[in-house]
Design a binder for this molecule. Sequence first.
Ligand SMILES: Cc1cc2nc3c(=O)[nH]c(=O)nc-3n(C[C@H](O)[C@H](O)[C@H](O)COP(=O)(O)OP(=O)(O)OC[C@H]3O[C@@H](n4cnc5c(N)ncnc54)[C@H](O)[C@@H]3O)c2cc1C
Length: 325
Amino acid sequence: MRTILVVAEHRRGELRPISLELITAAQGLRQADDKVVVALIGSKADALVPAVSVAGVDEVVTVKVASEEFDPDIFEAAVAQLIEEKKPAVVLLAHSVDSLGYAPTLARQRNFGFSTDVFKLEWDGEGLVATRAGYNQKVNVEVEFPGKTCVVLTVRGSVFKPPEGAASPAVSALDLTSKSSRSTNLDYVEASGAGDVDITTAEFILSIGRGIAEEDNVEQFRELADTMGATLCCSRPIADAGWLPKSRQVGQSGKVVGACKLYLALGISGSIQHMAGMKHVPTIVAVNTDPGASIFTIAKYGIVGDIFEIGEELRNQLAAQPLDG
Ligand SMILES: Cc1cc2nc3c(=O)[nH]c(=O)nc-3n(C[C@H](O)[C@H](O)[C@H](O)COP(=O)(O)OP(=O)(O)OC[C@H]3O[C@@H](n4cnc5c(N)ncnc54)[C@H](O)[C@@H]3O)c2cc1C
């Protein structure tokens, strides 16, 4: 019998969606009498027990620690203690800024197997195989962990669907309130763009990527989006550069545009992380000068061309025949 340990993530009292996705990933690994244990770490961890009491969870462990919010020192100590007690074969964490603050150290110091940004997990005859991307998403890499009794993996978000149905797992508790940290969480500062339009509810999105080349070019695409009645969104480099607020970023570390029906991708290559936020959209139209761009693999309509020329053409067409005319 093996134990698969899932470490849930929460922020400001709410479970993050990836926590449930991790439970599904654990389910996929479960064999025969394997056990899925979910750990909730925080001063108010008890409050989240109902949220993780879902189908496929055998046990929930609440780990009471001094701080309510994530802290890398505390989480590292707590997960190390859980591994000591539960002896899991696999530990699943979110591939997130939180986990990356402690998981590499945890694994390295204890000589565990380790891989990040994993999107497929399976057992083969020899042991666990985790699949992640390599060489800038150009190839998939299968990682094996020979000789490791415990493997720690950070799992990519939006890959596994959350489980359906409630359950009544056993609940146990650990007290680690005596553990201290080198840092203290003082306050939360909202990211820029708070109060901006909610792109997850937009039905028609015009999204710009690094193909726009420079900040001065944002305005012409904003105007085009307005004229077309689309919501202007972007890939991560545009948000990272501060050309559009983070609230407009589509993708793994941005938002999943769940309500979108038409997605116009202009100068976006189609990285796995970007596609994680929009690949489900029924009608994707992509414009890119590179015929080999990955975005074309999911686009319903693809135009190999220059976004400035296509933008100009659209403006001319719309001027001649306005959408509301
Ligand atoms: C942990 C992690 C999380 C991430 N999360 C996200 C995320 O949430 N969202 C996200 O978008 N990215 C995310 N990324 C970054 C991601 O890996 C890519 O770097 C990013 O998506 C690339 O953005 P892009 O397509 O705009 O730029 P590029 O990959 O540089 O592509 C620009 C494209 O524009 C085309 N182009 C250039 N000029 C023109 C022109 N004049 N006309 C037409 N086409 C043109 C080029 O051919 C190219 O295909 C994440 C990365 C990591 C590691």
